[in-house]
Write a protein that binds this ligand. Sequence first.
Ligand SMILES: [Zn+2]
Length: 318
Amino acid sequence: MKTTVETALGAVATADLGPTLMHEHVVTRSPGVQENWPHLWDREAIVALAERKMADLYARGIRAIVDLTTVDLGRDIDLIAAVARRSRVHIIVATGVWWMPQRYFSAHGVDAVADLFVRDINQGIGATGIKAAIIKCATDTAGVTPVIENVLRASARAQKATGVPISTHTWAAGRSGEAQQAIFTQEGVDLGRVIIGHSGDSEDLGYLRGLMERGSTIGMDRFGLENFLPTAKRVEVLARLCAEGYAGKMVLSHDANCWTDMLSEDDKRRTRPLWHYNHISDDILPALCKAGVSEAQIQQMLVDNPRAIFEARQPATD
Ligand SMILES: [Zn+2]
């Protein structure tokens, strides 16, 4: 079994990960835009903002985040590394593709795309030597289009080749985690190595139980995004599933970011005031306690489950 996990600053013992937010972003942006209109982009200010937000997280006891930013969300590994060097919070980085893939990913076959993901995991991203420790893929309202199917199958094959987990984006209202699980199963992936993300957007308990009964962990990972599901509902669903014995199959996060080209910091505060890195620590954990979730269950979701997900590796050679 593997007892270290790769981060932006190298391998870390999984025992040292501590409380981990499993689906966040440092920066998301539209690839190519800032390169062509650099006046939109103040890199130093963004790094300084990220440094402050990571310090706030650390002060609240969070010790690691998983940055699920892909190429089509503008993954910038040098920027992530710069933030990591100024932070005491570990940053685990991802390979993969989100639901707005560039045409490259439909013009090339499943195995060619899988090879890119495997390269990020085994050799490192670009020339940095920083290794991805998780594979991101996504299905949104359009469902499994040909290019999305390509990416899902490539993710599955890269998972089997490397043993690192898969973490997905879904459109929970369309139960899209089910189609993802079906494709991963066809490809021979152990669903225990898969996190079905954005499941916390759903209050369909039958759907959520099914995802977990088939072996996957579900991401209760958009706390603060009230437009998808209000906080009170998110807490109620999570508490109910904990009471039913599912705390070993859930992880927590916000899907928030330090900076995005979609919304200014002012717009974020105005339109999504609860959507920030500190919402779980400040508001959700106390609300869960009130709703009957135990300290041990919180420890499971924040510490033990993330650790186990990064420790389990399939390839016998590892
Ligand atoms: Zn995300």
